[in-house]
Write a protein that binds this ligand. Structure first.
Ligand code: HEC
Ligand code: HEC
Length: 423
């Protein structure tokens, strides 16, 4: 019988040509976009609009690659410091990986591997299979460097990308395996439990990280030492919203993208935030700054997903819209097409239904305030509020009804929920 290791090897071999095919295809797309842009400039086709549209498409395509596959050199943190490559090689088989919420990109799997998973000949209980998947760039948000040592595939480095937390898959192949859904928060992912596997983490920190739970991460923990995670938010539907994060810390995505890339992921570069008295530099090269424009363009190109047909009652939702604007008072803050007043106002902590909490998340931020959360696509990403304290939209409405003494009847509340589900 073939052992797991050699199965992993042959699995990996299948994949090499596929891997070349993929990078060849993506560079072809980028090249096509550049050729289109250049051709347009040369023949002055239809004025500047076409040129800038092609430029924009190229920028977005580049940003997608960065979002999915770029670690900004954060292997320094995940490999050199946390030694996650050793953890994965020793103990993380695909079943374990899926159980902590990691996702597999089915489009990255060659046909033979798909067949092997289906007929059971690919061993999902072997860490060698995880390494083979990493070699294919098939584990969403994890970037592995696999080297051949004595004829065996060895994971020499591992890093993380933005897609780890802000992408999931559509489960079209199997639970946890499917097509990428960029911008959709991975609410199954348990980042605390994953980091806690590192041999470099002391027992007290490990206990803190293990308590975070799925779908949450504390992006201030390593800065202020406190531990109170927030729900991983979507990275879609943000075009036009000029205050980013729950607390509106920055006026554009690039602000926070830089913060996360350096301060959280451990990418090589610099982030300074005088309001938090924070200045972090990793390494002596900058692998972050030049990528920020494309990364931002890509995120802004991701629209919030429309509510699936049949997932709400349109007649009740129409009644709910009246309550949203009227008796519920929701539109006072969730105003305009983006359902937020973020571009003009931030709110005192008491305006968050998750407050008072200890420690207050706002108090740990640069603004000490909260942003009214945009609501496009809100059906998609329960639980709600920055701490995830409302499990459903029914609970959101019930909380507002009680805390703000709205006096909504059961019927009005139900209609309002249908409206929220339709956004
Ligand atoms: C380990 C998980 C994790 C990774 C990796 C991660 N993020 Fe996030 N991201 C979060 C959490 C948690 C928040 C919420 C922080 C807040 O709002 O205070 C967040 C917030 C955001 C927001 C703000 C959304 C809004 O509504 O304003 C954007 C945009 C974002 N991340 C983009 C990125 C990009 C781009 C990367 C890669 C450079 C990245 N994130 C990497 C967990 C992660
Ligand atoms: C005074 C301003 C204000 C009013 C009025 C208001 N909200 Fe909010 N809303 C906020 C703020 C601020 C947040 C972010 C709270 C947090 O995450 O801690 C929020 C968050 C939410 C969320 C969570 C979104 C997510 O992705 O986590 C929903 C849903 C929501 N509000 C719906 C409503 C509804 C329905 C009403 C009317 C009954 C309403 N809001 C009234 C300011 C307001």
């Amino acid at each position: 019988m073939q052992d797991a290791r050699s199965r992993g090897r042959s699995f990996a071999r299948h994949c090499q040509s596929r891997e070349r095919g993929r990078s060849w295809a993506s560079s072809l797309i980028a090249t096509a976009a550049i050729i289109a842009a250049v051709a347009c400039t040369l023949v002055a086709c239809g004025g500047g609009d076409d040129t800038s549209a092609a430029d924009q498409a190229a920028l977005v395509a580049q940003g997608q690659q960065t979002f999915r596959f770029d670690t900004f050199g954060d292997e320094a943190q995940w490999t050199d410091t946390l030694r996650m490559h050793e953890v994965i090689s020793a103990a993380v088989d695909p079943v374990t990986a899926l159980s902590v919420g990691l996702k597999v990109d089915a489009d990255a799997l060659p046909a033979a591997v798909v067949q092997g998973i289906q007929n059971g000949s690919v061993d999902l209980h072997s860490p060698a299979t995880t390494i083979a998947l990493l070699k294919l760039d098939a584990v969403v948000g994890l970037k592995g460097t696999v080297e051949s040592v004595g004829g065996r595939d060895v994971l020499s480095h591992v890093g993380v990308t933005c897609a780890l937390c802000h992408s999931t898959v559509d489960n079209s192949f199997a639970p946890g395996i499917g097509k990428r859904l960029d911008g959709w928060p991975n609410r199954d992912l348990n980042p605390g439990a994953i980091i806690a596997l590192s041999p470099a983490i002391d027992a007290a920190t490990k206990a803190q990280l293990d308590a975070w739970g799925a779908g949450k991460f504390d992006p201030r923990h390593n800065v202020d030492g406190m531990s109170k995670p927030v729900v991983i938010p979507p990275a879609f539907g943000l075009e036009g919203v000029h205050r980013v994060t729950y607390t509106g810390d920055g006026t554009e995505l690039a602000y926070w993208n830089r913060y996360v890339a350096v301060a959280e992921m451990g990418g090589l570069g610099t982030v300074t935030e005088p309001r938090l008295n924070l200045s972090i530099t990793h390494g002596n090269v900058d692998l972050v700054t030049s990528k920020l424009p494309a990364l931002q363009a890509y995120q802004l190109s991701i629209a919030a997903p429309a509510a699936p047909a049949g997932s709400f009652d349109p007649v009740a939702a129409a009644r709910g819209q009246q309550i949203f604007a009227g008796a519920g008072g929701c539109a006072a803050c969730h105003s305009g097409a983006l359902f937020t007043d973020a571009n003009s106002t931030l709110h005192p902590p008491a305006d968050s239904m998750a407050e008072p909490e200890s420690p207050s998340y706002a108090s740990r931020s640069a603004t000490k305030l909260y942003r009214t959360t945009p609501l496009k696509g809100v059906w998609q990403h329960a639980p709600y509020f920055h701490d995830g304290s409302a499990a459903t939209l029914d609970q959101v409405v019930a909380t507002y009804n009680t805390r703000r003494s709205l006096g909504l009847s059961a019927q009005q509340s139900a209609d309002l929920v249908q409206y929220l589900k339709s956004l």
